[in-house]
Ligand binder design. Structure first.
Ligand code: FAD
Length: 451
């Protein structure tokens, strides 16, 4: 009897999973496996919010595989050792994995390749993390795309692979122990944000269906409306692979509002192909600008605590703390404020986001932070968002600020964006700090520093 191990990583789903579908087609039995990798759990990845979401995803995946007659084997330790052990004990002759493009993903893959060769296991790698995998599209001069628009033009019309069949029945060997799924607190210390979303493919698919029927049509007009919260909020499901981005494109296509949304999914692929080409994206300036960033620990601390005195910035940062998520417009405003107004190194801001974001993703986080800081792929690297103007434009009634900054809950309308303009007696009654910087002065200062 032919059997194959399917090693899950950031592809925690059964729908449109090319590696799982191919293993089922080619084998009599499959051995689905997820390993809580000690290296990742003990290192930089493990943060309470993402770990909690990940544990949810693993539970849901096991339940889905069990519904189809199989199960998910779960181990903790070194993925290489655990995979080879399970392959040996089930007599598997092949290992199926989804390609990953982070530097750790590639390292793990290379180790697997050597170990599989030594153990006479055939290693089959298939796509699944992106709509179009890094390396599939190249600019005329070769290498990767450095600018989004030409990438988008090619991406939009490029041939996409077909969706993989959803398994109906999975045969899994009964011998080996299933393995317990640890609780998040066994894997990482620290508290989660109170309003985290629930993880897993089933929840992700329900959200996607609701989003396509109720949210998508207005996405183009409303995606920047901070208080309206009118984006899909599917990013953590995409990050953990609970949803296939290709299936999302297929299901969205042709519906009203689809183009603006699909374009965002293209941004995700864009940053992945940048990371594949520049594995040091999260630590090294993509385009160095000779910045000598300010060393200002008190300002950084005020920013991280949502106490800059600029309400729209503080609201974004506090949304992050409360939900492990921040609206994209607020990510732009808070990141611009840190790097341009305060002139603090983007890496420190990206680190704070990384600590809390449930969708924290190396390619998207580092790529976007560098974009905002002007060290990345923005064609206008020295643009500076005016946080007050942004606040009036994207939160015109001030509801977003009042939702996350309770000190200002009593201030009516858009006056909430500039509490320093309130009558002195009103201002005095509110326990909220004065602005850390004056934006106009900060712009001058940034321009003289950037040169
Ligand atoms: P929607 O607007 O519904 O978009 C649909 C999907 O498209 C998203 O789920 C996401 O996968 C993708 N997408 C949307 N905008 C972008 C973008 N600018 N770049 C790449 N992909 C995009 N996104 C992450 O997934 N992880 C991160 O760690 C991350 N860090 C960011 C840091 C900064 C400073 C900024 C400015 C943006 C960051 N983003 C990150 C991108 C974006 O803010 C989020 O993807 C988006 O807010 C998620 O909400 P949503 O699912 O409702 O998005």
């Amino acid at each position: 009897m032919k059997s194959a191990v399917v090693l899950f990583n950031r592809d925690l789903r059964v729908h449109d999973h090319p590696a799982l579908a191919s293993a089922i087609r080619a084998s009599d039995a499959v051995v689905p496996l997820f390993v809580f990798d000690d290296h990742i759990m003990g290192g930089d990845f493990a943060r309470p919010n993402r770990t909690k979401f990940l544990v949810d995803c693993v539970h849901v995946l096991r339940a889905e595989l069990e519904d189809q007659g199989g199960t998910l084997f779960v181990r903790r330790g070194d993925p290489l050792r655990e995979t080879l052990e399970l392959a040996a004990s089930t007599g598997a002759d092949a290992l199926y994995v989804t390609e990953d493009y982070s530097s750790y993903g590639r390292q793990r893959h290379n180790r697997l390749r050597c170990a599989c060769a030594a153990a006479a296991l055939s290693l089959v790698t298939l796509p699944g993390l992106a709509v179009i995998e890094p390396g599939e599209l190249e600019p005329s001069g070769g290498d990767h795309f450095r600018v989004f628009t030409p990438y988008w033009r090619r991406w939009e019309v490029a041939a996409k692979r077909s969706l993989a069949a959803t398994p109906r029945r999975i045969r899994t060997p009964r011998g080996p122990r299933k393995g317990r799924i640890p609780a998040a607190r066994e894997l990482v210390a620290g508290e989660c944000s109170p309003d985290l979303p629930e993880g897993g493919e089933a929840v992700g698919r329900r959200r996607l269906s609701r989003w396509l029927s109720q949210g998508l049509a207005e996405y183009g007009d409303r995606h920047d409306d901070l208080a309206g919260d009118a984006t899909s909020r599917l990013s953590p499901y995409l990050h953990f692979g609970c949803l296939s981005p290709l299936e999302m494109v297929a299901r969205a296509s042709g519906r009203p509002g689809a183009e603006a949304f699909i374009r965002q999914l293209c941004w995700r692929d864009f940053h992945q192909q940048v990371l594949a080409a520049r594995p040091d994206l999260s630590t090294t300036d993509y385009r160095p600008r000779n910045d000598r960033w300010r060393n200002a620990p008190d300002d950084l601390d005020a920013w991280k605590r949502g106490l800059t005195g600029i309400p729209i910035v503080d609201a974004g940062i506090r949304q992050l703390a409360r939900e492990g998520y921040m609206h994209n417009r607020a990510r732009l405003i808070t990141a611009s404020f840190l790097t341009k107004d305060l002139y603090i190194d983007w890496r420190l801001g990206a680190r704070h986001f990384w600590d809390l974001l449930v969708d924290g993703d190396i390619a998207n986080n580092a790529g976007n932070w560098q974009w905002v800081a002007g060290t990345g792929n923005d064609t206008r690297p020295n643009r500076i968002f005016n946080p007050i103007r942004q606040a009036h434009r994207f939160d015109p009634n001030g509801d977003y600020v009042r939702r996350y900054v309770p000190e200002l809950a009593g201030v009516k309308g858009s006056a909430v964006h500039e509490p320093w303009k309130l009558a002195p007696d009103v201002r005095k009654a509110i326990d909220y700090p004065e602005p850390l910087v004056d934006h106009a002065e900060a712009v001058q200062s940034f321009r003289s520093r950037r040169g």
